[in-house]
Design a protein around this ligand. Sequence first.
Ligand SMILES: *Cc1c(COP(=O)(O)O)cnc(C)c1O
Length: 365
Amino acid sequence: MSSTPTHRVFNFSAGPAVLPEPVLQEAQRDLVALPGVGMSILEISHRSAAFDGVLELAEADLRALIGLGGDHHVLFLQGGASQQFAMVPMNLLPTDGVADYIVTGSWAKKAATEAEKFGRVNVCATTEADAFTRVPSSDELHPTPGAAYVHLTSNNTIVGTQWPTLPEVGDAPLVVDASSDLLCRPIDGNRCGLVYAGAQKNLGPAGLTVVIVRKDLTQRAPESIPTMLRYAVAAKHGSRYNTPPVFAIYLFGLVMRWLRDMGGLSAMETRNRRKAGVLYDAIDRTGFYRGTADPGSRSLMNVTFRLPSEALEQQFVTEAAAAGLSGLKGHRSVGGQRASIYNAFPEAGVTALVDFMCEFERVHG
Ligand SMILES: *Cc1c(COP(=O)(O)O)cnc(C)c1O
């Protein structure tokens, strides 16, 4: 994939978020007619050999990036991560069972609340008393013996915290909402019972939800749940029980190729640590900016910080946007600033933000 200059601003949006420019260029180049097919990806049957190839390559590349073995299915679904809040307990939580939820932010809380509709939920750890500014330490986790699963959110998109590594939770399958950090670094997917992610943050466009699920867990679902919401049905039909989001899967596949071209997940982690490090250094340099996440829980993907006043925060967002730095306003529930710097976010954009921050502080500090 080659890259040519364009007039793109630096897009710090939390999601849908920036995509790799070479991916957008390839999709644009091939939009009218996919090479060797003569039709657009938007026009072909989801049961055509051409699309079989697209989906199989996307899955194979994802498996290779993670190092995923044969114990897990990879499913391409719709409904977003929010639909997984329901599908996980529908499929994995028996009526007489209990599911543990580790609550580290508002997405985790939503997941737990949704699960309560289907069975017993135990919040086995929460950092709500600390306004979710950190993730729990391992001695704060109190998993229920025999729990059906333990659910956690690996990266808390809104508050800007991330588990430094996935914790040990005992024998229960670990279920991970990795919507905003899947593939930002290596992940031991083989150790997880289920990992899910809405694609629109770190993996591709909106409309696709990726689910990685241990095969035996798909057999737990009661007969009563709707066909479309059963993991086993999606698995049996190769994610094509009905029409899947063809274009989103195609674009996801291009992102997987790009990740392989970039050197895979270890290389991405090195790059993401460099990007986040530069930004956190700028935040910590003086007292003008203030990081909102505990240093030990800081996210590589969503960097959250505050300024001395809300008036300055508003001015910061407005002036940054005018300078070509878009989407720096924090989530409406927490305020402040949020710079989302997913895999596809260019290093030059981090440099531009740091330069802008220095200048803004010089004028207003
Ligand atoms: C964005 C997000 C969600 C919700 O994703 P949808 O695909 O919009 O349903 C859930 N969990 C996390 C961690 C998120 O960042």
